[in-house]
Design a protein around this ligand. Structure first.
Ligand code: SF4
Ligand code: SF4
Ligand code: FES
Length: 482
């Protein structure tokens, strides 16, 4: 653990740390564009310069190893002058179109300009124009005028997603980030991470393009249910103080974008594109009416009918959701006494064209809580086995179960959140809330427990599964006593 000095203060560094890493770890801020803790060192933006005491020149901190007794200055006059000149160079041809740029509010160039430059452009020449809205893929567009050629996006596809899908063509002020022409960037299931990585607004997500200014949004911590990795994410939605009353009130309860919530135990700083598209999962048409034999009924009455069926059943079967939270699964376990035979089903199977699994994050099991479900209910439903012909009640929780497998004559209580043809075929249908309307925890395939929080109010006619199971358990207790 070498000791060195930053601005005269002693600092302890880990072995093999650079001056930039050691400084950040010890609370000394040094600006950086091209450096990223998960990528190789490129050393091309030069904004991270520091001065070694006794030398008249500056050097980059991201590629400077810490050595015993080294003395660096992060704020000397030569450092300040050099940083300022770098920012002036970067903005020579930068369009400074922050007013329409999605990155505004989160842009390092904007922040560093105000922190370390603040002066108008030194150039009187026209800016060099370049390609705007260049389609790098179906999902991502590139504004070459904003690109500062830090190469983070290129290194990401080379070192993390390993598709080698991006490169830089040409030299000097005609340099351009371009996608390989073999479609590998379109096929890269991690491609959207480059939008977060880009320190400026050069890489833009089509799904978020011009949707909202980021300062109108707030993140709610959540967990991606797209596979058993359970990546921690932030669901971004409109702040209540910026609620829309007239234009499109529906936007107040919509997911505007999803970003990774950095988590060293689970997903590091990355997520896959399926996690970015969670709105496509959560914003499907909802089932909001309780039903008995396909006819709408109020929720309380539907629950009463379900309770009566449970009380009367002699050989009931429970089909357990692998999308239920740890809390809901525990409540379901409490509901089901020994009379029930329980099977855990995969609510979701891999979709056509979806990557099955890989060495980075994506898991073949496309359900978030199979581990916790199987810990409580050891029997798995393999999707084909036959149930006992005298099973007289099926309590089916969640999507993905084929009703054709239910023996003729058995009653069905179906608990689900989305509109599906099966809803109307159940004897009792009870609409549930979804993950964005409640809080809870999932346990991923490695046993790591992650929390998710509610970001939207729950519909008045839907019920949390945990509350529902508690109500049904009360009915069971009464039956046992009788
Ligand atoms: S597009 Fe963004 S991440 Fe890629 S090189 Fe340019 S500035 Fe860097
Ligand atoms: S790897 Fe799995 S959990 Fe992570 S974002 Fe992708 S689908 Fe979601
Ligand atoms: S962060 Fe060091 S050169 Fe870019």
């Amino acid at each position: 653990m070498p000791e060195f000095f930053i601005n005269g203060q002693p600092v302890r560094a880990e072995r093999d740390q650079s001056v930039l890493e050691a400084a950040l770890a010890n609370g000394f801020y040094i600006p950086y564009f091209c450096w990223h803790p998960e990528l190789s060192v490129a050393g091309n933006c030069r904004i991270c310069c520091v001065q070694v005491e006794g030398r008249s020149w500056v050097e980059i901190a991201c590629n400077m190893p810490v050595t015993e007794g080294l003395r660096v200055l992060t704020d000397s006059e030569p450092v300040k002058a050099y940083r300022k000149s770098i920012l002036q160079l970067l903005t020579l041809n930068h369009p400074v179109d922050c007013g329409i740029c999605d990155k505004a509010g989160e842009c390092k160039l904007q922040d560093y300009h105000y922190a370390y430059n603040g002066a108008p452009s030194v150039s009187h020449d026209a800016k060099v124009h370049s390609t705007k809205f260049h389609a790098l893929s179906e999902r991502i567009v590139l504004d070459n005028e904003r690109c500062i050629l830090c190469s983070r996006c290129v290194r990401f596809t080379r070192e993390i997603s390993k598709t080698n899908a991006l490169g830089i063509t040409q030299r000097g002020d005609t340099s351009l980030v371009r996608a390989a022409e073999d479609g590998s960037f379109d096929a890269d299931p991690y491609s959207d991470n480059v939008v977060d990585l880009c320190p400026v607004g050069a890489l833009l997500s089509r799904s978020f393009l011009y949707k909202s200014r980021v300062w109108y949004l707030q993140p709610t911590p959540s967990v991606c249910p797209g596979c058993a990795r359970g990546c921690t994410v932030d669901l971004w939605h409109r702040k209540s103080e910026w609620k829309l009353n007239a234009l499109d009130p529906g936007k107040n309860v919509r997911i505007e974008r999803v970003t990774p919530r950095e988590n060293a135990e689970v997903n590091g700083p990355w997520i896959c594109n399926k996690g970015r598209d969670l709105a496509q999962i959560f914003e499907r048409p909802r089932a909001l009416d309780a039903m008995v034999k396909g006819k709408p009924i109020d929720l309380v009455s539907a629950i009463a009918v379900a309770r009566a069926l449970i009380e009367a059943a002699k050989r009931p079967v429970a089909i357990v959701s692998s999308w239920g939270s740890n809390e809901e699964l525990a409540a379901f376990k409490a509901l089901l006494p020994h009379r029930f035979e329980a099977f855990v089903k995969p609510d979701w199977l891999p979709q056509p064209g979806e990557r099955l699994d890989d060495d980075l994050l994506i898991r073949a099991d496309k359900n978030p809580n199979m581990a916790a479900a199987r810990a409580l209910f050891p029997q798995a439903d393999d999707g084909i086995h036959s149930f006992a012909s005298d099973a007289d009640l099926f309590v089916v929780w969640g999507e993905g179960f084929d009703f054709a497998r239910i023996p003729a004559g058995a009653n069905i209580v179906f608990l689900n959140a989305y509109l599906q043809p099966e809803n109307g075929h159940a004897d009792v249908f009870i609409p549930l809330t979804i993950q964005t309307e409640r809080s809870g925890h999932y346990t991923n395939f490695e046993g790591v427990v992650s929390a998710f929080s509610a970001c939207f109010p729950k519909p008045a006619t839907a019920i949390d599964a945990e509350a529902l199971f508690a109500a049904m358990a009360a009915a069971e207790t009464e039956t046992v006593r009788a």
